[in-house]
Design a binder for this molecule. Structure first.
Ligand code: ZN
Length: 438
């Protein structure tokens, strides 16, 4: 099971590729791909299973239940496919003495910037090429699968205080090296040449047809396990691709139940979710509303479905880091390997309350999976996640949880193999539940 996750992590350096991988797995499992601009009637009338994507960077998969949504609601599992990184700016090439080319970058989300230094990096994302007309450009996914870039540190001899902590500039310090130009012709063209060459491996493309791109830095080193018993995970983007893939595994491992099963993978959680493909978008609510309509239901039936529903917002949690014990709550600090973590926050940054936590805890017990609870140290602000943002368009009963990790938002986070597997089992229990737990 863990090897499938490692493969998914390696094939998903950014949101677009993470969604492409999920789509391919759903295709292979017989889920029908729908276009939100077309009537949903046929697919939904047939019952069965289907999925929809938005912006190629968020994905919504459904397996319709035996009973109408209005009577038993839906079981929604959500996670996010974006992770902190660096976006390549327009006119990115910066030429320095000796023909050294660096790329100009802009921070995406909240990376621990120092962890991106002195390691092999690459580029991934999407390139937009000319299509049939101005409103229909074509999108080509992009991933150079080799070490391509590196952000190099300043030598310690120029800053003896480097190990006492360094303030990093988001503009000056995080510009990766791309190459050395060998002729004047290459000046300002190195990145574009690379893009043309890479895309042309699959299908020829002319450089004048390349209109724009959404490209990001990504770790070029494969994900792996480590530890005396290989009990740990080392990878970028465990937050939150591990929960995306656990959700997929659970959905594909489940069968039809009374309630409709929904897997929602949102984009842009790391920048606040307020985009058309983020959890703040009405897109998921509108899809559910349309499904109820196609099933012959009314507005009344849709809101009944929402009242019956339950949501698991699955986003990685902070496991106890023994080097920094003082940062954690004195009595409640989940540990690596201790099972899925239910998150609570008095300021309601998490959707969990005692009732929804009890539902999730019961699912874990039924699945034979241990579980833990997380609260912030009261002097630490902590983070936020999907559940409450989604509540603005869908007032769902639900729980915020996730697998505990260390070094969240590092270029290489640390997770637990056992926790990942526990999450998959808990999610399967969630999807297979026949009765509505109210
Ligand atoms: Zn997250």
């Amino acid at each position: 099971m863990i090897n499938r996750l490692l493969h998914y992590l390696d094939a998903s350096p950014v949101n677009f590729l993470a969604v492409k991988q999920l789509s391919a797995a759903l295709d292979a499992a017989g889920f029908k791909r729908l276009d939100a601009s077309q009537p949903l009637t046929t697919a939904v009338a047939d019952g069965g299973k289907f999925y929809v994507t938005k912006n190629d960077s968020s994905l919504y998969a459904f397996r319709l239940g035996r009973k109408p949504l209005s009577d038993v609601g839906f079981r929604l599992l959500c996670a996010h496919c974006d992770s902190p990184t660096f976006r390549i700016k327009p006119n990115a090439e910066m030429l320095s003495d000796g023909g050294l080319v660096r790329l100009n970058t802009e921070v995406y989300g909240g990376p621990i910037m120092s962890t991106w230094f002195d390691r092999p990096l690459t580029l991934a994302g999407r390139v937009v090429v000319r299509g049939a007309d101005a409103f229909s450009p074509r999108t080509r996914l992009f991933h150079i699968q080799r070490p391509l870039l590196q952000i190099s540190s300043l030598a310690i001899h120029f800053n003896r205080a480097v190990n006492d902590g360094v303030k990093l500039s988001r503009q000056k310090d995080v510009l990766p090296l791309l190459g050395l130009i060998s002729s004047e012709l290459e000046r300002g063209n190195m990145l574009l040449n690379l893009i043309v060459d890479e895309l042309s491996k699959e299908e020829p493309v002319r450089r004048e047809d390349i209109l724009d791109f959404d490209l990001y830095l990504a770790d070029a080193v494969p994900a792996c396990t480590f530890g005396a018993r290989n009990e740990f995970l080392s990878s970028g983007r465990l937050d939150d691709l591990s929960m995306c893939f656990a959700g997929l595994e659970a959905l594909l491992g489940s069968d039809v139940a009374d309630a409709t099963q929904v897997l929602a993978i949102f984009d842009n959680e790391e920048t606040g979710s307020q985009t058309k493909q983020g959890a703040g978008s009405p897109f998921l609510a509108s899809l559910l509303r349309r499904i109820v309509g196609v099933q012959g239901g009314s507005e009344e039936d849709f809101w009944r479905a929402v009242e019956h529903a339950f949501m698991i917002s699955a986003d990685n949690a902070h496991a106890f880091h023994p080097n920094y014990a003082e940062k954690y709550d004195p009595t409640t600090h989940p540990v690596l390997g201790g099972g899925p973590v239910i998150k609570f926050n008095a300021a309601q940054k998490y959707a969990s309350d005692a009732v929804s936590a009890a539902v999730f805890a019961s699912l874990c017990e039924e699945a034979g999976v241990p579980y833990q609870r997380f609260v912030n140290h009261s002097d630490v602000a902590g983070g936020s996640t999907l559940g409450n943002i989604l509540a603005a368009s869908l007032p769902l009963r639900g729980v915020d949880m996730g697998a505990g990790i260390l070094a969240m938002h590092s270029c290489r986070e640390t997770g637990s193999v056992a926790d990942y597997e526990y999450c998959v089992r808990a999610f399967m229990q969630f999807f297979k539940h026949l009765t509505n737990q109210r």
